[in-house]
Ligand binder design. Sequence first.
Ligand SMILES: Cc1cc2nc3c(=O)[nH]c(=O)nc-3n(C[C@H](O)[C@H](O)[C@H](O)COP(=O)(O)O)c2cc1C
Length: 218
Amino acid sequence: MTDKEAILERHSVRLYESKRIEAEKCEKIRNKIDELNTEGNLHLQFVEDAGKAFNSLFTMMAGLKSAPSVVVCAGPASDDLEEKVGYYGEKLVLFLQQLGLNTCWVGSSNKNVEGAENAPGEKTVLVIALGYGKTPGKARKSKTAAEVTQARADRPGWFDKGVEMALLAPTAINQQHFIIRLNDDDTVEFIDKGGPFSKVDLGIVKCHFEIGAGKEVK
Ligand SMILES: Cc1cc2nc3c(=O)[nH]c(=O)nc-3n(C[C@H](O)[C@H](O)[C@H](O)COP(=O)(O)O)c2cc1C
């Protein structure tokens, strides 16, 4: 499955089978997390069996009914921590989709997950729930490309392809509160219009845009 196919298949899933994730897949997840932590200077932490923390954790999560595992998204406190969590966390979400797993970003959760521990100076931003969904989730309403872009009429094709994937990015409460602007010199700006977790959203949107456009825009 390509990254684009993973984007097309991914939807938030809030109810999971009680099935544990196989050891072989756990190993792949840990390796991917190591890679992303190094690249992004983050401390994403995989808690495979949310165990005892599971019930107390998930009953506190708005809207989530269950999930066997979580990834705690943390890193050294910095101005761009939230955006980096979004960008690298979504790379992980798409990787998990490719492994046949389902996910949901969860902002409204208890951040003290048993089995995860931050180093001094690190901050937990939010968690990603994951596991085998009872259903694959479903498509939701989206803004149009015109509503989230500022670009000239004769813009290059890669820009529209990037926007198409960006519109499929998960955002907190489906707010899609961002603007993607194409400058005259063909550089791209991502503008945060505010709202809960909008900086995380912006990182997720960037990740999707780059996959659609076929190039990095940082
Ligand atoms: C930063 C962030 C925080 C989120 N927090 C929650 C949450 O606390 N509870 C929940 O049920 N869904 C949460 N979601 C999932 C969004 O509601 C969901 O991504 C959005 O409605 C779009 O649907 P989709 O993911 O199926 O495309 C969150 C998503 C993001 C990106």
